[in-house]
Design a protein around this ligand. Structure first.
Ligand SMILES: Nc1ncnc2c1ncn2[C@@H]1O[C@H](COP(=O)(O)OP(=O)(O)O)[C@@H](O)[C@H]1O
Ligand SMILES: Cc1cn([C@H]2C[C@H](O)[C@@H](COP(=O)(O)O)O2)c(=O)[nH]c1=O
Length: 224
């Protein structure tokens, strides 16, 4: 039975890597799939993983209709057994509905990958619809970690070293510390997200004479 599965997790937890692995495993067993992504950090028409692997992919634009796209492939004689859909948080809710329809009406497996919430902890519209419609929502087993060592559950946006909670929902960026980009991201545990304490803020606080000692027990100095 075909399924709509949403693999979710924070940034940098291995979603794109898993997407590539799933495509590889299904292909290896003779299944035929289509790969989609949107706004991958590596550019257009590519699905990339921080592990260094990447593959060609169809870029999803807001006006793409997945149903029409798959029908067109089938009309051209291409068998479609499954779809790999990365960065699904950026898809429109209507596109997520089209994916569900492909599962139900055409028996095509859809494996979708994405973050659920933005830097303000608000669900992306595409992810919300995925959670509402998916047969399964799987949280990735590989855990990204907060600087304190706890499991990271939130994606913080950092501008000039400072965590921000206002701005455009969509700004493509990476979690690599010290990059030249104006906007970067850092995954944090909820406690440190709520305190707006990213690793740079924690380092500054640890160096400040104003910080009470018990705070340092809860927030060890980040070793980054
Ligand atoms: N140099 C490395 N050695 C081993 N694993 C790495 C390395 N760089 C990145 N990774 C792994 O890749 C993961 C990020 O993979 P990626 O698929 O790009 O994440 P996502 O799509 O969820 O943002 C990291 O959590 C880490 O497990
Ligand atoms: C939190 C957050 C993230 N983004 C962007 C940043 C990246 O380009 C992608 C996530 O990619 P990953 O493969 O999961 O690392 O989403 C954004 O636009 N807005 C946000 O709030």
């Amino acid at each position: 039975m075909a399924e709509l599965v949403f693999f979710s997790g924070t940034m940098d937890c291995g979603k794109s890597t898993l997407a590539l692995q799933m495509d590889h495993n299904h292909q290896a067993r003779g299944r035929s799939g289509l790969i989609y992504t949107k706004l991958d950090r590596a550019g257009t028409d590519v699905l990339s993983s921080r592990l260094g692997l990447s593959t060609a992919a169809h870029e999803v634009s807001d006006d793409l209709d997945f149903w029409d796209a798959v029908v067109e492939q089938a009309t051209n004689g291409l068998r479609v057994d499954y779809l790999i859909c990365d960065e699904v948080q950026f898809y429109t809710p209507a596109q997520v509905e089209q994916l569900a329809k492909l599962v139900d009406e055409m028996g095509i497996d859809v494996f979708a990958f994405g973050i659920t919430a933005d830097f303000r902890t608000q669900l992306f519209p595409g992810s919300r619809r995925m959670i509402e419609l998916a047969d399964q929502v799987q949280v990735l087993q590989v855990q990204a970690l907060c600087w304190c060592g706890r499991r990271a559950t939130h994606n913080a946006r950092v501008v000039g070293g400072v965590m921000v909670v206002e701005g455009e929902q969509v700004v493509v960026g990476d979690t690599k510390p010290g990059s030249e980009a104006l906007v970067e991201y850092e995954v944090l545990c909820r406690r440190h997200f709520m305190r707006r304490m990213n690793s740079a803020a924690a380092r500054n606080a640890a160096a400040s004479p104003d910080v009470l000692p018990f705070d340092l027990d809860v927030c060890p100095v980040p070793q980054l």
